[in-house]
Design a binder for this molecule. Structure first.
Ligand code: NOJ
Length: 776
């Protein structure tokens, strides 16, 4: 195949017509207004309508059909549709988009049929789960959120877009912006964590990274905010389970990141498998129309999740697939992923008048709009360049960006007696643990087209830093046996101590031990809920044995969720939370271990002391019986456990640095304000160490009395401050009405007069406070 960018397009009638209309509109409107964005969007609307007007009912329904390709399945394997049938449907104009088609040549082949053989030549969208990289893997999304640095997310997404589009993809099913408080849920690894504000910052950054400034650029792709909505609140953390959530929590916790994605111009949304209060999200008019499309004035399209339209039958909400199709289209699910409900029943439903054609037209318009915005009508092959596919993927530049993102995502949890950073000279290190040698696990779950075993392992990273002769390795424990990609409880190796002897020997003769502990990446991700998010197998037992012979133990914790690690936290003198960091994991971890990078990460989720505390989150309510006199008098009648403190082991926002930061009391420019005024709150931050470092200063606010109860604290802002040794800086935050506002029971967003606490510090547990009064 030659350079395909200049292939002729066969849909001449369509292009001529839409261009003509576009010109008429453009020059007609120049006289009325000078504002370009409006002109452009109106021009798109005219072009969209010009196409819609040419379409038959069958072709309209076809735009709502999303087929999986024939190479990869990311949901239950469909029994419908062999590849020939699917391509015939593309040829007939009965397909709007495909997913899981990977490579320029396959995408070109399918696009060519759509554009050159179907009656109207409407181009296809090609979607794929490009979650944290395409072939160059960046840290899993939860880890990226641990950077508390939006530029990490934006950069990761923009490199993912460069690589995915170089392979022909023009639509990613990301970002996933489900706030979650439950580490039993395997999809915590895909989420930006437990906090709506942090998640909103990341939602915006991911959308900007994937979509860039110009959706029509061949290096950017349409993003998809998912899963709308409240999927992170599945009961008991069990995958696909029921969600029952109040409007208070829905609006103030679950929805803000989706709103941020919509405001950032995300092209598409995906609905969710779960029900919300008795109504499947896929059939929820409230979520899809009232809130998203009408409430937020958002004009992209909603794709169903895999089979979720059909699953409304299993939910007990639709009688059969036909009924599910009717509910789906009426409530605003615009595109059907792998339910075959629209393909089978929508023509009939519209012909019989059971579904009004305006609903169908609205969905088609939304889908065509995205195709126009991507520039597919101008050049449907703009993403099909074999040259780019060869040159733009897995480049040194991409890997360098992945390493930078990875080291910024690491969180230093513990560093007794300044064990870290280690010197690079005159040191013998024992690296222990099968996780340390794995070149595959750091790639993480949801790894798109990553090449298996292509990550830099922790062992390799340490060897690269110190030279091989200074490093000994021992597997120590085994995590799994059998098929790794199906890591069930059954595949976990429980009490295997066969590797202990050699690990202990290695530890004995080393100056320092670096031990990798945690999870296989396939223990987290979709369908990987667990009742016990703990360290499995013999890892802890080995750690204790190692400690007996060498007390200089650094644990690197690799995991896709917050784990319950009280014993580890108590015994190991140094702990680095390194998640699943992607292609450059080992090098990035070594950068931190040997002090080439001073850690900056902060936890985006609370780490529980005990499984029984889950769901645990810092922004909880006060309850009617917080710590009170009953507690002081040793009585039981207050909200607590009798066998554990309420607090987390490592709190949200927590993370150490090699520098030593100290912050002052809070200072305020005034003690009270009206809602049209603002107050400046500040602290001074000092680096009292000899190492340059960066601290993330966090602002939390508490609204003490309101028409709906408010959390004990909520993150409202944060700033990254870099200080030279012994340098001091004043850090300012503006407190305004927006920071004091919340969604009330009438769903208006506003503030209410009264007392607010202003808390500034370096985690949700370590801060100073002053109160202010909002007068009116
Ligand atoms: C199901 C997942 O829930 C969703 O996130 C993903 O995008 C689709 N499968 C497609 O793979």
């Amino acid at each position: 195949m030659k350079n395909q960018n200049n292939k002729p397009i066969n849909n001449k009638l369509l292009i001529t017509l839409s261009l003509l209309l576009c010109f008429i509109l453009f020059f007609g409107m120049l006289s009325c207004s000078e504002e370009k964005p409006q002109l452009q969007s109106n021009a798109t609307e005219v072009r969209v309508d010009s196409v819609l007007n040419l379409m038959t009912l069958e072709e309209k329904v076809g735009q709502l059909v999303l087929y999986t390709g024939f190479w990869e399945f990311t949901g239950p394997v469909p029994d419908e549709g062999n590849s020939k049938l699917k391509l015939d449907n593309v040829r007939n104009g009965y397909v709007g988009a495909m997913l899981n088609v990977n490579s320029v040549s396959s995408i070109y082949e399918a696009q060519k049929i759509a554009v050159e053989e179907s009656r109207l030549g409407i181009p296809l969208l090609f979607g794929y789960d490009v979650i944290h990289g395409y072939k160059t893997m960046f840290p899993i999304p939860l880890a990226q959120a641990a950077s508390w640095d939006a530029s990490v997310a934006k950069t990761a997404a923009s490199y993912a877009a460069i690589e995915a589009t170089a392979s022909g993809i023009n639509w990613t099913f990301a970002p996933m912006v489900d706030v979650t408080r439950d580490s039993r849920w395997g999809r915590m690894m895909e989420s930006p964590g437990e906090d709506p504000y942090l998640a909103s910052i990341f939602a915006k950054a991911w959308v900007e990274g994937f979509q860039g400034n110009d959706l029509a650029s061949p290096q950017t792709m349409a993003a998809c905010a998912k899963h709308f909505a409240a999927y992170g609140f599945v009961e008991a953390g069990r995958e696909y389970n029921t969600v029952d959530i109040s409007d208070n929590t829905l609006f103030n916790v679950a929805l803000p990141p989706f709103k941020a994605a919509a405001d950032a111009g995300v092209a598409t949304f995906m609905n969710a498998f779960n029900e919300v209060g008795g109504v499947p999200a896929t059939g929820s008019e409230y979520l899809q129309r009232d809130i998203l499309k009408d409430g937020w004035n958002w004009n992209g399209f909603i794709v169903s999740d895999w089979g979720s339209i059909g699953e409304m039958v299993d939910h007990g909400y639709a009688e059969d697939l036909r009924h599910a199709a009717e509910i789906g289209i009426n409530t605003g699910s615009d595109m059907d992923m792998e339910s075959y409900a629209y393909e089978k029943h929508l023509v009939d439903l519209v012909s019989s008048g059971e579904v009004v054609e305006e609903k169908l037209d609205d969905a088609v318009r939304r889908i065509l709009r995205v195709k126009f915005d991507l520039g597919l009508f101008d050049d449907p092959y703009r993403y099909c360049s074999e040259k780019r596919e060869k040159e733009n993927i897995l480049t040194n530049e991409n890997l360098k960006a992945a390493r930078d993102a990875a080291r910024k995502s690491i969180v230093l949890l513990k560093n007794e007696d300044g064990l870290l950073p280690l010197p690079k000279e005159n040191i013998k290190v024992a690296v222990i643990g099968s996780l340390a040698a794995s070149k595959d696990i750091p790639l993480g779950s949801w790894r798109a087209q990553a090449i298996d075993n292509s990550a830099v392992s922790l062992l390799e990273g340490v060897e690269n830093a110190l030279g091989k002769p200074n490093v000994t390795f021992s597997n120590g424990y085994r995590l799994t046996e059998g098929e790794r990609s199906f890591v069930y409880e059954l595949n976990m190796v429980k009490d295997d101590e066969s590797g202990f002897r050699s690990a202990i020997k290695a530890a004995q003769s080393a100056d320092v031990v670096i031990m990798a502990m945690g999870e296989d990446c396939w223990q987290s991700g979709e369908g990987r809920s667990q009742v016990a998010p703990v360290l499995k197998g013999s890892q802890l037992a080995l750690m204790k044995e190692v400690l007996k012979v060498n007390s200089k133990l650094i644990v690197t914790l690799m995991n896709g969720r917050s784990l319950v690690i009280p014993e580890l936290a108590k015994n190991a003198p140094a702990i680095l939370e390194v998640w699943h960091l992607g292609s450059e994991a080992g090098n990035a971890i070594a950068d931190v271990i040997f002090g080439d990078y001073n850690p900056t990460g902060k936890l985006p989720v609370s780490f529980p002391r005990h499984i029984g505390q889950i769901p645990i989150y810092y922004n909880h309510k006060n309850t009617g019986r917080p710590t009170t006199k009953a507690h002081d008098a040793g009585k039981v009648f207050w909200s607590h456990y009798t066998d554990s403190p309420n607090s987390s082991l490592f709190p949200f926002g927590y993370g150490l640095s090699y520098s030593d930061f100290e912050f002052s009391e809070v200072r305020l420019s005034a003690n009270n304000m009206k809602s049209n005024q603002s107050i400046t709150a500040s602290i001074s931050l000092r680096n009292r160490s000899e190492i340059t470092g960066t601290e993330t200063v966090q602002l939390y606010i508490r609204d003490h009395v309101a028409s709906l109860t408010r959390p004990v604290m909520e993150l409202k802002s944060f700033q990254s401050i870099t200080l030279e040794p012994n340098e001091e800086k004043e850090v300012y935050f503006e407190i305004n009405k927006e920071l004091l506002s919340f969604y009330r029971s009438d769903l208006t967003f506003g503030s209410e007069p009264g007392k607010f606490s202003i808390m500034i510090g370096n985690s949700s547990k370590n801060f100073n406070t002053l109160d202010i009064e909002l007068i009116e």
